[in-house]
Design a protein around this ligand. Structure first.
Ligand code: FES
Length: 575
């Protein structure tokens, strides 16, 4: 690199300064033992780390960051690791989704405010992937994602245990008297037996697949288990590659094109990915100004064959998927559906990256000629209950319930649900439709993963494990059932969902993409006169800002001032 070349680098606006400012920018950095030559034009690579002991899925990221650094140094760059808000799905109350947008703001502002020429994003637990990509997309530097990888398969009494998926099963078994508390205790340690994120095709795995299918990772990274040494090897290679990307000026907006988003939608359908994918992909697209709508998921995703036999829709786990060949096999199988000319972060297109992929286990990854389901994607339904749409993951539903008509049993909010669901006197049977209100973006707030509300104890005791359910909330990617989610507009806005009453008839027909409340418009108008929003009592701080500005689910639930990209330029000096 010529002298004039490196002086154009963004980082040289800090480290290349002369006089007092340059002294200040470099001198304090030298307290970390950094020699002077590191500041002289080397590409500065930010390593955006979501390590945290309260984000257990990302607790191994210090080591992962070190591998990235090794690669950056080897390629002649200068790595600088920095923390951002980290969201752990299991501990955060009331729900990590409430903070996804806040985390994205910490990422965006941390990148822009500091002397980085490019960034590597270390992502793992569910929200850490979209929040980091959203933030980085609003800055638009060269960017690569390293997903931290799933846990090894859980093992319990001779059988495999899937993160999350088996928790829902165990809980149903415990409620129905088929499992004791002691057995639950034993299973607890067996499920999470290694570093990494959930080992099912839950939201974290879905997000890892999303990052790779968008072209944001080196090929194959997303499938590697966290404990496998090849994860660190790929992190090292990522560190090397990001330095090259600085020279090539291959910024994230050159990767995140409309065809890349449509590819991601198709791959998500093939792997049976989480419904949370929709919210996150919509939000990412809006950060780079791509016109993506709920219809795109339906038009491009619903006809894609479902190929991956992983929990919660199938029987295997992420470790098996990696040994079968991983994501690049899926990309190859889908070759006739994908735009394989889109460029990825390694500078090659999808076709070049997956050309040599081989399927080593066709029961785990089914060939496209023998799919698990011919059409397994997420389906968008509409009707008077959700004029802007609701979604259902068909591969995780009970086929016989996809066309159904039943009597509504309504829970006004999550507290009402918990108080009454197991009441022996609750007037409900398995033909009813369970309705949960006030769990949307504004209404909870934060749109929690409660849409797959557990069935009443008396139904479970009959050996029945699925019923039709609808809400404006989300569902864990590890969960399953005939569950309509993300109903938009949400009930907290006084939508028709807010007006459903016990005994109303609800009819769904997923193939026809319809869900209908059999109540007349006149009657709904009459009910609306008496409707009052719940007073949530948030009158300050981030949560007030969130409630005031969050968009509806069909728009990605970002805050209304966050879509778009402000670029990486900071015009004003700091001293
Ligand atoms: Fe972190 Fe599932 S709880 S990925």
């Amino acid at each position: 690199m010529s002298d004039s070349g490196y002086k154009k680098r963004r980082s040289q606006n800090w480290f290349g300064k002369e006089g007092k400012d340059g002294f200040i920018y470099r001198s304090w950095m030298k307290n970390q033992g950094t020699p002077a030559h590191q500041f002289k034009g080397k590409p500065v690579i930010g390593i955006c780390n979501t390590w945290s002991e309260v984000t257990p899925c990302n607790a191994h990221f210090r080591e992962l960051a070190q591998s990235v650094k090794n690669g950056v140094y080897e390629a002649g760059g200068f790595p600088l690791e920095f923390p951002v808000m980290s969201l752990g799905e299991t501990l955060i109350r009331p729900t990590a989704m409430l903070y996804r947008n806040l985390a994205s703001m910490t990422v965006e502002e941390s990148i822009r405010a500091n002397p980085f020429d490019a960034v590597v994003l270390l992502t793992g637990c569910d929200k850490t992937t979209p929040s980091l990509i959203m933030g980085a997309a609003s800055v638009d530097l060269p960017t690569i994602v390293v997903s931290g990888g799933p846990m090894l398969n859980g093992k319990f009494r001779g059988r495999e245990l899937g993160s999350g998926t088996d928790v829902w099963r165990f809980d149903a078994d415990r409620k129905a008297g088929r499992m004791t508390e002691e057995e639950m205790d034993e299973a607890e340690a067996c499920m999470s037996r290694s570093i990494g994120h959930c080992n099912t095709m839950g939201t974290a795995s879905t997000m890892a697949v999303m990052a790779e299918s968008l072209g944001l990772t080196l090929p194959g990274v997303s499938s590697i288990p966290a404990a496998d040494s090849r994860k660190k090897m790929m992190a090292h290679m990522t560190g090397m590659r990001i330095v090259e990307m600085v020279e090539e000026e291959l910024s994230i907006s050159k990767i995140l094109t409309k065809p890349a988003f449509l590819n991601a939608i198709k791959v998500n359908s093939a792997v049976g990915g989480s419904t949370n994918f929709i919210l996150h992909l919509l939000a990412i697209a809006k950060r780079v100004g791509i016109d993506l709508t709920l219809n795109d998921f339906d038009v491009h995703g619903s006809k894609i064959p479902f190929l991956l036999n992983l929990m919660p829709s199938g029987k295997y786990l992420m470790e098996d998927y990696y040994y079968a060949g991983g994501i690049q096999v899926i990309m190859k199988e889908l070759s006739e559906h994908l735009d394989r000319n889109v460029i990825t972060v390694n500078g090659k297109n999808l076709h070049e990256n997956s050309a040599k992929a081989r399927n080593w286990n066709t029961d785990v990854i089914r060939p496209i000629t023998d799919p698990i389901l011919k059409e397994g994607g997420i389906t968008v339904v509409r009707g008077n209950l959700c004029t802007e749409g609701a979604v259902i993951k068909v591969s995780a539903a009970t086929p016989s319930l996809l066309k159904h008509k039943g009597r509504a049993v309504v829970f006004e909010n999550i507290e009402d649900y918990h108080a009454r669901v197991d009441d022996p006197d609750l007037d409900i049977d398995e033909t009813c439709v369970m309705v949960l209100k006030n769990v949307g973006p504004k209404g909870y707030p934060g749109m929690p993963e409660v849409g797959n509300m557990a069935l009443p104890k008396k139904i479970l005791e009959k050996g029945i494990d699925d019923m039709v359910r609808i809400s404006d909330g989300r569902m864990s990617g590890t969960a399953y059932g005939t569950v309509f989610l993300h109903a938009s507009p949400e009930s907290a806005l006084g939508s028709p969902l807010a007006l459903v009453q016990n005994g109303d008839i609800i009819e769904c027909d997923v193939q026809a993409k319809k869900i209908h409340l059999h109540v007349s418009d006149e009657e709904l108008a009459e009910r609306r006169k008496n409707w009052q929003p719940e007073d949530l009592g948030f009158d300050r701080g981030y949560i007030k800002l969130y409630i005031d500005t969050v968009n509806q689910a069909h728009e990605g639930a970002d805050m209304d001032f966050l879509p778009g990209c402000s670029g990486h330029v900071v015009n004003r000096e700091s001293h």
